[in-house]
Design a protein around this ligand. Structure first.
Ligand code: PLP
Length: 450
């Protein structure tokens, strides 16, 4: 393989996501990954990296699983594609499996290609549900500041971490409302009490519904533990949100795109609070990222309004590749891997250990402001000063990023620190290696700046 030619071709033709090819050129072209196995990646210079981010938080059962490759090949040889206006065996089997393992009465699955289209679909489903129920005035959608729900149409404007991300895409959609996000470390209500913070955040959603009129509100879209900082809401938050949505007839969309499949130490994160959403969105780790797949799983109550023979009744929404037999066969096999290898339990065990060790590191490194998360969804907030909680400046961030990179950890700090999302197969030796490399990276940065 001519790697130099590949690099040149990438600079000429490849449009990388969220990136600049000028920057790529300054670095002599992109890092080209040639191989991956388990939690490790090998680049074209033969350098091995530890993937502690699971790519985009999606490589649940590890890279390049033989079982998943076999499942894809077997299915491709049987039937490689049929549109989802009909059905194929993997599609039916996966819908049954999801009904069995999701909490409560989430029983019917609409298959899509990924997380953004899962949330787009859920939002349309919620609006169509209200229209079927003769409540067509319900069009507003409430999401939370700081959450991320995707990059397509309406999902571009749900949540939002940084106005710059949405700057190119105004005007937005009508009826989008934004609520504060619970964050025990950086409360929007200036409280140190996570329960009070959670209660006030839930009440803010109630206020929005009451202020704009419940008859205008369609849905609340919320991710159980946000991807950007892994901040775990106080324990009252999700039960309160469920109660508020019930009270005002608003659909609760639980966006489990990052948190499902054991990432937080439960198969689905909302199980931590015993809450069942009306619609759940899943994607990412459903196939361990071996193929693009997502699902929108609705309760019996939601799905039943779309039943019946009238032409206007079905949910009019279709994606060419939604319910693809090959991706669904791989997803089914992947869920079996998660179950057979006890990956949900491993996520809980290894995640608790990593957090404990990081909390111990706080004694040595004042730049660690706090450590948050559940299971193997871990957030590390980095500050220049613990009292003011001022985020570390760019120079410290760059140095720490370079130190982590030097040790071949595939992670880079952002404006508030960084998150760890290792594949759920990570074992104790690998965890200790990761912790040692982080300790060294913090130490080198600490010596220079603190
Ligand atoms: N929802 C959440 C909670 C996410 O974290 C993401 C992606 O990070 C999405 C939706 C969008 O998923 P995708 O990138 O597969 O479109």
């Amino acid at each position: 393989m001519n790697i130099d030619q590949l690099r040149k071709d990438a600079l000429e033709h490849l449009w990388t996501h969220n990136g600049s090819w000028v920057e790529m050129a300054e670095n002599g072209g992109p890092v080209i990954i040639l191989k991956a196995k388990g939690i490790r990646l090998t680049d074209s210079d033969g350098v091995e990296w530890m993937d502690v981010s699971s790519g985009y938080q999606c490589v649940t059962a590890g890279h390049a699983r033989e079982e998943l490759a076999e499942a894809a090949l077997e299915q491709m040889r049987e039937i490689a594609y049929f549109p989802n206006f009909g059905a194929t065996p993997p599609t039916i089997k996966l819908s049954k499996k999801l009904a069995q393992i999701t909490p409560g009465n989430l029983t019917r699955s609409f298959f899509v290609n990924g997380g953004s289209d899962a949330v787009e679909t859920a939002v349309k489903m919620a609006r169509a549900y209200h229209v079927r129920n003769k409540e067509g005035s319900r069009y507003r959608i409430i999401s939370r500041k700081g959450s991320y729900h995707g990059a397509l149409g309406i999902t571009t404007h749900l949540g939002g971490r940084d106005v710059n991300e949405q700057r190119d895409y105004v005007p937005s959609f009508p009826g989008l409302l934004y609520a504060p996000q619970p964050n025990a470390y950086r409360s929007s209500f200036n409280t140190e009490d996570p329960e009070l913070d959670a209660e006030l955040c839930a009440k803010a959603i109630q206020d929005l519904i009451e202020f704009h009129g419940p008859e205008t509100v369609s849905a609340v879209v919320a991710d159980p533990i946000p991807g950007a900082n892994a901040s775990v809401p106080g324990s009252c938050y999700w039960p309160m949100l469920r109660e508020i949505c019930n009270k005002y007839g608003v659909i609760l969309i639980g966006d489990e795109v990052i948190t499902a499949w054991g990432r937080t130490g439960k198969m689905f994160a909302l199980e931590h609070w015993g809450v069942v959403p009306d619609i759940m969105t899943v994607a990412k780790g459903l196939s361990s990222a071996h193929l693009p797949v997502g699902a929108v799983i609705a309760t019996k109550e939601i799905a039943s309004v779309f039943a019946g023979g009238e032409v206007s009744k079905p949910f009019i929404h279709a994606l060419t590749f939604g319910g693809h037999p090959v991706t669904n066969a791989v997803a089914l096999r992947n869920i079996k891997l998660i179950e057979d290898e006890n990956l949900v339990k491993n996520s809980e065990t290894q995640g608790s250990y990593i957090r404990k060790k990081l909390l111990e590191m706080m004694d040595k490194y004042p730049m660690i402001g706090c450590v948050q998360g559940k299971g193997l969804q871990i957030g590390i907030d980095l500050v220049i000063d613990r009292a003011s909680k001022e985020p570390i400046p760019h120079s410290v961030r760059e140095t720490l990023g370079d130190e982590l990179e030097k040790r071949r950890l595939l992670v880079r700090p952002g404006s508030f620190g960084f998150t760890l999302y290792p594949p759920l197969i990570i074992n104790r030796d690998e965890v200790n290696e990761l912790l040692e490399k982080m300790d060294e990276s913090f130490s080198a940065t600490h010596k220079l700046f603190f």
